[in-house]
Ligand binder design. Structure first.
Ligand code: KIV
Length: 289
């Protein structure tokens, strides 16, 4: 058992410091041990175990399907690979909407069982900001999430840009201020015009993390499978693809298949061999057939 407290070099305090200094905060999602390890080693500040796990890693058609236990399972795997990045776990659909004690209890599970250092939840209604307050009072740092909030997919009528006029921008700003007031350490702004995100970022003292929210947020987040070109069901306009992993994986797998069929794999250098003495015994073995 480790006696070292689970304090990573990048904390919610560093996050605020970056905002104050105008230094960009870098974030990515992760869902498994090895990917999280590479992201951490690459120096990304925040790793979100997003409920996008539901779609990109588990193959569901929305984020609604992922369960608390699945989120805990994947957060544990991510945490095992991370030394420096702040780990934020996404509260899945219906894990915080029913009542406050269930919400705080579920949020606490991420810190207690899965080694996360913070949770994220969607929305900015009074009910949500009250929940944020209770979590923060219990010692659970919370990242808010406004704009397009995938758990409200059916309420929003699809993958639509939010805050498209001044009135809608004002509503998001009000909710962001309420989240700040409730003690959230930051707010994710998803799929809103960059002018709206700029206004919100400048109006808040806490950092904003943008995803499809333009250039002026305090930091940026994308889904790891999108930047690696590994999730091919759809690609949002804002998701920049840095590598086409889908093609690389398919090429490698096809070559492997061909090598097996042709007898090229395994080669002599990829097998285990008996020693000389055992080889002689093997040759003289009298097998009764
Ligand atoms: O689940 C997720 O991946 C998110 C985004 C903000 C990246 O919530």
């Amino acid at each position: 058992m480790s006696l070292k407290p689970n304090i990573k070099p990048f904390t919610i305090i560093t996050c605020q410091k970056y905002k104050n200094e105008g230094r960009k905060i870098t974030c990515l999602t992760a869902y498994d041990y090895s990917t999280a390890k590479f992201i951490d080693e690459s120096g990304i500040d925040i790793i979100l175990v997003g409920d996008s796990l539901s779609m990109v890693a588990l193959g569901h058609s929305t984020t609604h399907s992922v369960t608390m236990d699945e989120m805990i399972h994947h957060t544990k795997a991510v945490a095992r690979g991370v030394k420096n990045s702040l780990i934020v776990a996404d509260m899945p659909f219906m894990s915080y909407q029913i009542d406050e004690s269930t919400a705080v209890n579920n949020a606490g599970r991420f810190l207690k069982e899965a080694n996360a250092q913070a949770v994220k939840l969607e929305g900015g209604s009074k009910r949500i900001t009250d929940t944020v307050k209770h979590c923060v009072e219990a010692g659970i740092p919370v990242l808010g999430h406004l704009g397009f909030t995938p758990q409200f997919l059916y309420t929003l009528g699809g993958y639509n840009i939010q805050g498209k006029n001044v009135e809608a921008t004002e509503q998001i700003l009000e909710q962001a201020l309420a989240l700040q007031e409730s003690g959230a350490f930051g707010v994710v702004l998803e799929m809103i015009p960059e002018e709206s995100a700029k206004l919100i970022t400048e109006s808040l003292s806490i950092p904003t993390i943008g995803i499809g929210a333009g250039r002026f947020c305090s930091g940026q987040i994308l889904v790891i499978d999108d930047i690696l070109g590994k999730f091919t069901d759809f690609t949002p306009k804002f998701a920049r693809k840095y590598v086409d992993l889908a093609s690389i994986i398919k090429k490698a797998v096809s070559e492997y298949k061909e090598d097996i069929i042709s007898g090229d794999f395994p080669s002599a250098s990829e097998v285990f061999n008996l020693g000389d003495e055992e080889l002689i015994k093997l040759a003289n073995l009298d097998i009764k057939k």
